[in-house]
Design a protein around this ligand. Structure first.
Ligand code: ZN
Length: 192
């Protein structure tokens, strides 16, 4: 009690901050009308609508419209799966195409691009010359996506993070330091 009275302001401030963080985390995980997600670095707003089956989604005018039949309205697990399906679809349409463009432009040849949903990795490159890219990259700005693709392409020549590797990355992506720092700062918030 004596501690509390002497440190009242600090205790209150800490408690309020902890509550705010908890509320924010909970809000992030809720798939409700008006919830915001990132797409190519821009905010898109979730718009929920009720209609007859089938469940579907469409992106238009900066809104991701998700249509669900009434009995499934607000179903959080289903909504999460639908939003994941949206990002996977976008990633499959964009990332392999962009990888082939950048590879052609810079003279790289690889085997295959695979789309994954890893928790902590944005991309990887295997000894079999396959490139794996995280579908959540679709939340990042296009410059950030290009950096990750170039990073993985450069691993086709340098399977390490040596100074020679970074020099290679820099030659194709002069602003790589900016994007590397960007991922350190914003990566944890690119969540579904
Ligand atoms: Zn690497």
């Amino acid at each position: 009690m004596a501690f509390f009275q002497q440190n009242q302001a600090w205790v209150l401030k800490t408690w309020i901050e902890a509550q705010a963080k908890k509320t924010m985390a909970m809000r992030e995980r809720r798939y409700i009308d008006g919830a915001q997600f990132l797409y190519f670095g821009d905010k898109i707003t979730l718009k929920l609508r009720e209609d007859a089956e089938p469940a579907r989604f469409i992106l238009r005018d900066g809104r991701l419209e998700v249509v669900l039949p009434q009995h499934l309205h607000g179903d959080q697990i289903l909504l999460r799966n639908i939003i994941e399906a949206f990002y996977r679809q976008q990633a499959k349409a964009y990332l392999p195409l962009r990888t082939s463009q950048l590879a052609r432009q810079h003279g790289f040849s690889y085997n295959q691009v695979r789309i994954k949903n890893q928790k902590t990795r944005w991309g990887s490159c295997s000894a079999k010359r396959n490139i794996n890219l995280n579908m959540r990259l679709m939340m990042a700005p296009d410059g950030a996506i290009d950096y990750v693709i170039i990073h993985e392409l450069c691993h086709l020549r340098e399977l390490n993070h040596s100074p020679a590797f970074w020099a290679l990355v820099e030659s194709y992506c002069p602003e790589f330091r900016h994007w590397r720092a960007w991922f350190r700062q914003h990566g944890p918030s690119l969540i579904l």
